[in-house]
Design a protein around this ligand. Structure first.
Ligand SMILES: Cc1ncc(COP(=O)(O)O)c(C=O)c1O
Length: 454
């Protein structure tokens, strides 16, 4: 092959064995493990093909029919298709599919609705909110006056507190949505509060958008003015995001759609990632099929089954159940700050989840007392309620093993050394090794990407 022929047609396996080798290892990790991080999923080969398409070569600043570059007739076509599919699925009059990801989408909402220094209400991060909803080190608290609301000790959003804070601070914007919340969002109640104080209500449904489309979670469309979502979680698309303006949003402010579009471009971004747009269109096409409804409902059935089995195995979960794809394990019956031990030990047993704070966590955000897990990815792999019982048993075995043996030292100066010792010991722990073996055998029944050359 000439060098040009190799450039265009050589496979990554031969042109870059180093990167190929790393991708192959990641593929093995995914195949042989149980992915329980609730914000992750496994996309279809069609989504991967669109992401790897020639649209990655293109520049197309602007919007369909209004571009700053030539050659955009096919980009226009694919972007319009993505927009139309999203409008239909979410039942909204306006959609922007260009945000690079969820955080930039939320930034654009601030730019479209607020001026620097305006008050904004959002759920506190340790209570389950997202960084961009006003966490102290994020732009959202640095440039705006962030007023956090909380969940009650029972794990449910404290609506009375939201109303009190809204009347006290008169925010321009109120966020509803979270990164760790297991119950249905009270869109209707928060919409009343937003209306009482004249605020915009933005629903960030990054986690649950697939459930909303599939009819497994109430839609915020009748209640919120703006909806943002990532496209890579329950929606099962590429990494990316969308901002939607609802009918209610346009009634409050007829210029809102235009303000949102201007906030994305030229306010925050340059050229959209057209390969990502094509892949979002593919994912939305998949989400409009009847199978996706079944998938969304199965996610929730699996999540409930997993939560129930965990409780039957002696593990406490926040709110004693779940309404969505996510479960929050409360490890405080075993002591405080145990999340790190559980996350690390499960990782070694090929079960991936993340340590997380729980309501009124007695420890810190870095050493929290809970763990967050979810069922989108394992449901995509075809697992059902029976398989959730196996997964719950594996998790419970490891939690009991590590929580009985390890506890954070009281003295901070001893922490590093203690964790290093724990990580060394846990590698040869017989319970961890036994669970790992069982998980690898179990996963063989749920193969990924038979036709991908990895
Ligand atoms: C509720 C919520 N909003 C926004 C985001 C941000 O998305 P990204 O990580 O794509 O910036 C996340 C990501 O976890 C999220 O959970």
């Amino acid at each position: 092959m000439s060098s040009l022929e190799t450039f265009f047609n050589g496979s990554i396996k031969t042109t870059d064995p180093e990167v190929y080798g790393i991708i192959k290892k990641e593929m093995t990790r995914m195949s042989e493990g149980l992915e329980l991080i609730p914000s992750e999923n496994v996309v279809s080969l069609a989504v991967i093909h669109a992401l790897g398409s020639v649209f990655t070569n293109k520049y197309s600043e602007g919007y369909p029919g209004r571009r700053y570059y030539g050659g955009n007739e096919h980009v226009d076509e694919v972007e319009k298709l993505a927009i139309e599919r999203a409008k239909k699925l979410f039942e909204v009059p306006h959609v922007n599919v260009q945000p690079y990801s969820g955080s930039p989408a939320n930034m654009a909402v601030y730019l479209a609705t607020c001026k620097p220094g305006d008050s904004v209400l959002g759920m506190n991060l340790p209570d389950g909110g997202h960084l961009t909803h006003g966490w102290k080190v994020n732009f959202s608290a640095l440039f705006f006056k962030s007023v956090p609301y909380h969940v009650k000790s029972d794990g449910y959003i404290d609506i009375d507190e939201v109303r009190r804070l809204a009347h006290e601070h008169r925010p321009k914007l109120i966020w509803v949505g979270a990164t760790a919340y297991v119950r249905e969002f009270p869109f209707e109640e928060l919409s009343k509060i937003a209306d009482e104080v004249g605020a915009y209500l933005a629903a960030d449904i990054a986690h649950i958008s697939g459930l909303v489309i599939g009819g497994a979670h109430k839609s915020p469309a009748p209640y919120a003015h703006i909806i943002t979502t990532t496209t890579h979680k329950t929606l099962r698309g590429p990494r990316g995001a969308m901002i939607m303006v609802t009918k209610k949003g346009l009634e409050k402010d007829p210029d809102l759609a235009d303000k949102v579009d201007k906030a994305v471009f030229p306010g925050l971004q340059g050229g959209p990632h057209d390969h990502q747009t094509a892949a979002i269109a593919v994912a939305l096409g998949e989400a409009s099929k009847p199978e996706f409804r079944e998938y969304a409902h199965q996610i929730v059935k699996n999540s409930r089954a997993l939560g129930k089995s965990l409780m039957e195995n002696g593990i406490k979960i926040v709110t004693d159940g779940t309404d969505n794809h996510m479960i929050l394990i409360d490890l405080t019956p075993f002591g405080k700050g145990k999340g790190i031990f559980v996350q690390d030990a499960l990782d070694l047993a090929n079960i991936t989840l993340n340590k997380n704070t729980i309501p009124a966590d007695p420890s810190s955000a870095f050493y929290p007392s809970g763990a967050r897990l979810g069922t989108p990815a394992v449901t995509t792999r075809g697992m059902k309620e029976t398989e959730m019982r196996f997964i719950a048993l594996c998790i419970a075995k490891i939690i009991k093993e590590v929580c009985a043996k390890y506890a954070l030292p009281e003295e901070k100066s001893k922490l590093k050394e203690y964790l290093a010792k724990f990580r060394e010991e846990i590698r040869s722990n017989s319970v961890v090794l036994e669970v790992k073996h069982d998980v690898i055998e179990f996963c063989k029944k749920y193969p990924l990407y038979r036709t991908l050359d990895y």
